[in-house]
Design a protein around this ligand. Structure first.
Ligand SMILES: Nc1ncnc2c1ncn2[C@@H]1O[C@H](COP(=O)(O)OP(=O)(O)OP(=O)(O)O)[C@@H](O)[C@H]1O
Ligand SMILES: [Mg+2]
Length: 263
């Protein structure tokens, strides 16, 4: 289960945009304070975005990719009462209860394909992972990769696993190819075959069961067509398990380009 912390203060918004993530200060059960990136249940995109963040983030970390630690943040809407920004106050008011948190990587730099390099092995691992989860949000326009403490960190997996928006067609949708033509690491010669050989065998039913168990029940209840949260968890496992075995054969990369020519 993800560690639970309690929000004490809204510090600052991270960026204007869809989900309005913010930085909050929160305290854990031992009384230790820290800053977290918080993604709100009251944000327009809904709880499936948060489910995708948990499943994909926890999977990435277990596959050896760098991914900030995730937490559950309890929010008392009272925290927003003194907030001068009307939009932020509304967001806090509508997000009482459980929200998603992530360790705030202080001083992290957004990855820029024109300025930074990635070797073919690491690029291959990231592209293969994004193909597995069908992540459409790692383009050169919006890389969702951070550089921090000498390494490349993955963030923002809310727009993956599109099949969970329509479970009736999930088996067909999750068997589809992955379009990586505008993937931010496509220009770095990603060695997808080696990544698949290394990572696919790690994606077992046990691992996926462990990862889906991290999703709080409240985000999986009352899903149409499912009796229990565990039934929904099984559906995620059933979609990802076969995809892991063969997706490397169905990744469309763009034309090979010299490094830095992705724009
Ligand atoms: N753990 C983190 N540590 C430091 N900075 C972060 C972290 N997570 C996100 N950020 C910064 O905040 C920005 C927005 O975060 P993120 O990409 O997760 O949300 P978003 O793209 O705005 O959400 P959405 O795409 O749903 O609108 C990132 O581009 C990055 O600059
Ligand atoms: Mg983003």
């Amino acid at each position: 289960m993800l560690t639970e912390v309690t929000a004490v203060r809204y510090v600052t918004p991270l960026r204007e945009g869809g989900s309005l993530p913010g930085v909050v200060e929160a305290v854990d059960g031992q009384g230790a304070y820290a800053t977290y990136v918080m993604k709100f249940t009251g944000a327009g995109q809904g709880r499936k975005t948060l489910v995708a963040e948990v499943i994909c983030g926890e999977l990435a970390r277990r596959l050896g990719l760098r991914m900030p630690r995730l937490t559950q943040i309890l929010l008392d809407p009272v925290v927003g009462l003194g907030e001068p920004d009307q939009q932020v106050q509304e967001l806090l008011k509508s997000s009482g209860g459980l929200n998603l948190g992530m360790d705030f990587l202080s001083g992290a730099l957004g990855f820029d394909p024109l300025a930074h390099g990635v070797d073919a092995a690491e690029a291959g691992r990231v592209v293969w992972f994004d193909a597995l989860i069908n992540n459409v949000d790692r383009s050169w326009r919006n890389p969702n990769l951070l550089l921090w403490q000498g390494g490349l960190w993955l963030i923002d997996h809310g727009a993956s696993m599109i099949w969970h928006h329509n479970w009736r067609t999930a088996a067909t949708a999750s068997a589809k190819p992955y379009d990586a033509t505008d993937h931010v690491l496509g220009a770095f010669g990603p060695d997808v075959a080696s990544a698949a050989a290394e990572l696919a065998p790690l994606v077992t039913e046990e691992l996926l069961t462990e990862v889906t168990a991290e999703v709080p029940d409240v985000w999986l209840t009352d899903e149409p067509g499912f009796a229990t949260p565990d039934d929904v968890r099984h559906a995620y496992v059933a979609a990802l398990l076969p995809r892991a075995a063969t997706i490397h054969e169905r990744i469309a990369l763009g034309e090979p380009q010299p490094k830095g020519a992705a724009t």
